[in-house]
Design a protein around this ligand. Structure first.
Ligand code: ADP
Length: 449
């Protein structure tokens, strides 16, 4: 086992990792920017190192500084969390060169899945169903229009280096294609320094269903069931639940087993998420995330498995400690992402939290680094916490979520809590009948200008 883990992240996920380390008896090192001196993960870690000024590029993405922090503190492993360096194959390699363990997959697998064109080709070769689309990159406008005719409009132009919904544009018809290509190319270049694009059939009413996997790189890989993350705003998840209200037990078992088999073939090491769109009873692979995800707690709640602890075990070189048949699913879980944003305009709302009271009771979990008196810095993602509830079935889960939201008091800043309090009584949400466009349509209707 590791003696000391450096957590190369901030906010709720840094705290989440710290909790796993403490339960394993592993010493922790927090790193932070000058804007995060008062952050909870810094207060609770055994040691902390300031790695630079507020801007992420100068601190949380600053590899030489993070390496120096490892050297100074003698950390023998780094947990990257999500975002920041978590999907940097180069960072994983550099750590390896310095004999520091990277708590994640091999750099080869990170690189493979980081390029979405290669990821799709790999997925297809591993027997996963993929969205119909271009074979590889789209280079010229002519080629694009030929492909779009073949695939059939509407088509979606996507960035090979994509992430966070950026560099993605829909072309409804041939008339839109040129503009869609140009905007996607510019956005992708600006966001990722890479303007390689590809094309996919644009699915009209799909759900976003993803499968959590864990493998040990020694031939063992299992799935931990699916999550439904269809409630999205600007291609970003807002509410996640497990199991998906859209699947029956047969579909659930089949997609889980298909993904687990694919990960065994790949000999995948670490935790990962294989993402699909689901429409008309069919699954279509869109991408794989080779890291811990924001929404991992809903899976933990229905399986009782601590995903971060398992991730750490595997990174030491240990084999997976359980088999597929040991994974038992129980009840239903829902996660709401609490952002420091206005619930209708989504304008970020950093600043001082004056009151902070989070709900408790049976089946209620709050993952957050916020507290009363904490000032949210304006430099980072607006996610300040996650409310996760678990109950025996979906109906009980919704009732529990409603009462947990009622108990929540966060003053001084705006949050997305009122949005969730409104969603919980929407008939479509209660019935579980929503697709990836549902929330945008709801927001247009209820909160439009
Ligand atoms: P990113 O890496 O930027 O998050 P993804 O490929 O995971 O991009 O897609 C993000 C979201 O965009 C999906 O959850 C879905 O809502 C939408 N999306 C992606 N591909 C398609 C498609 N072919 N048709 C319709 N919507 C899509």
């Amino acid at each position: 086992m590791f003696d000391k883990i450096l957590i190369a992240n901030r906010g709720e996920i840094a705290l989440r990792i710290l909790r796993a380390c403490k339960e394993l008896g592993i010493a922790t090192v927090a790193v932070h920017s000058t804007a995060d001196e008062d952050a909870m993960h810094v207060k609770l870690a055994d040691e902390s190192v300031c790695i630079g000024p507020p801007k992420a590029a100068d601190s949380y993405l600053n590899v030489p500084q993070i390496l120096a922090a490892c050297e100074i503190t003698n950390a023998d492993a780094v947990h990257p969390g999500y975002g920041f360096l978590s999907e940097s194959a180069r960072f994983a390699e550099i750590l390896e060169e310095h004999k520091i363990a990277f708590i994640g997959p091999t750099s080869e697998h990170i690189r493979l899945m980081g390029d979405k064109i290669q990821a799709k080709e790999t997925a297809a070769a591993l027997g996963l169903p993929v969205v119909p689309g271009s074979d590889g990159a789209v280079t010229s406008g002519e080629e694009a229009s030929r492909m779009a005719e073949q695939i059939g409009y509407p088509v979606l132009i996507k960035a090979a280096a994509g992430g966070g919904g950026r560099g993605m544009k829909v072309a409804e018809s041939a008339a839109d294609l040129e503009t869609a290509l140009a905007t996607a190319r510019a956005e992708s270049k600006a966001a990722f320094g890479d303007d390689t694009l590809y094309m996919e059939k644009y699915l009209k009413q799909p759900r976003h269903i993803e499968v959590q996997v864990i493998g040990d790189g020694q031939g063992n890989a299992v799935h931990l069931g699916e999550r439904d993350c269809s409630l999205q705003r600007r291609h970003q998840k807002v509410w996640e639940e497990a199991p998906s209200p859209a699947l029956n037990d047969d579909e659930r078992a089949t997609i889980g087993a298909t993904v687990a088999r694919a990960m065994q073939k790949l000999n995948y090491r670490g935790v990962g998420t294989v993402e699909f769109l689901y429409e008309g009873g069919e699954f279509f692979f869109i991408e794989m995330n080779t890291r811990l995800q924001v929404e991992h707690p809903v899976t933990e709640m229905i399986t009782g498995i601590d995903i971060v602890i398992e991730q750490i075990h595997i990174a030491t070189g240990a084999p997976l400690s359980f088999a597929q048949e040991d994974v038992r699913f129980s009840g239903h879980a829902i996660e709401c992402r609490i952002n420091a944003e206005h619930h209708a305009t989504f304008v970020p709302s950093p600043g001082l939290i004056t009151q902070f009271h989070v709900p408790g009771g049976l089946g209620v979990r709050v993952d957050s680094g916020a507290y009363a008196g904490y000032r949210i810095p304006p430099y980072y993602d607006s996610l300040i916490g996650k409310l996760i509830v678990h109950a025996r079935n979906r109906n009980e889960c919704l009732m529990r979520l409603k009462r947990a939201l009622d108990e929540c008091v966060i003053d001084g800043i705006e949050t997305t809590i009122p949005l969730f309090s409104a969603l919980i009584s929407e008939p479509d949400i209660v019935n579980g009948s929503y697709d990836i466009h549902w929330l945008e349509k709801y927001l247009e209707k209820h909160q439009g200008p």
